[in-house]
Design a protein around this ligand. Sequence first.
Ligand SMILES: [Zn+2]
Length: 410
Amino acid sequence: MGMQQQKLFVNGERLKETIEKFADYGRTENNGVTRLSLSKEDVLVRDFFCECCEELGMAVKVDDMGCIYATLEGVEDRPPIVLGSHMDTVKKGGRFDGILGVIAGLEVVRTLVDHGIKPRIPLTVMNFTNEEGARFEPSMMASGVLSGKFDKALMLKSKDQEGVTFGEALQASGYKGDMENRISEASAYLELHIEQGPILEKEGLSIGVVECVVGMVCYEIEISGESNHAGTTPMDMRKDALFTANDIIGELRNQLQAIGDSELVYTMGRMNVYPNIHTVIPNKAVFTVEARHKNEKIIHEVESIIKGLRKSQDGCEIKTTKLWGRDTVWFNPSICEGIENSAKSLNYSYKRMVSGAGHDAQFVASFLPSAMIFVPSVNGKSHCEEEFTSYEDCEKGVNVLLETVISLLK
Ligand SMILES: [Zn+2]
């Protein structure tokens, strides 16, 4: 028919205003945000989000975990394209983590409505409850329940520091809806999120096409020695658990480095020393080693290094226990391709990358075709008040989201 395809762009000025407006709910002194799940601030931001959606003629529903779904009707009654993320933050978090993905969905709908476009299939913008797990553990709680990974009854009992359960807070929030409203079918689930790492910024790129959330393993290593007086016990008569732990950490670090894979990350993030008194030789040191990589084979290599540690050294016993692990979650390849093509057609710089952090999308991917788009984090910072993504990059990310939605609507 020779019709020229006119590209649609989102309204960058409105997007910036909306990001700042949402940040007013829980804004901290240093321009961050504290909006713990189901707190007063979270309830108010939910109310505001629902108002914004209703103004656009969207129908708002809430499920039994408090997730909100706002749907713009489509020409055809088919499973919707879902755009979403979370609106809760950690204590003294930023203005972008999570909320950007929800606002992005809102801006996509606003843009369609601006242009009088009724999508071929419905478009749902959604908010997952308690992604951060900052008030109620674990993180990604609602998406975990929806995907059948977490037991709902157990989650309802999760307590905050004041002893309030998630179930009580949900009830009090007014956002306890019906189980039948849970998302079960969708044409696609798309989550725009800040990278929370330094890679895009370092490489001068605007868009990350996220291929997967990397798998990980976590081990606990316990070294047992013998306590004795720090002044009277000769050095050659000691079983010092901390000295042995120190040697083992060095050994592990060398061996993990020798795998020689730049995408492999590993952390020994927790260590407890007993009895932890300066006049007593430590009789026990317990530390964790966690490692993350997209490739299962590399994770197996890490595991065999850990399992290959000697059982004793310098008279101390060494015990290794696997605490937990998760497999890499791969996103839908054709949606990833759609995102890549959208970035290309908009002439934005981009790369395919992995997510080292967990997101709702990784659970959603188990029951809906899903993918994620990353935008750069200044200095790679997140979960802090300094968290920032330039408004220009936010706008580019939302344009890629819009373009991807349009390609899915064809
Ligand atoms: Zn997040």
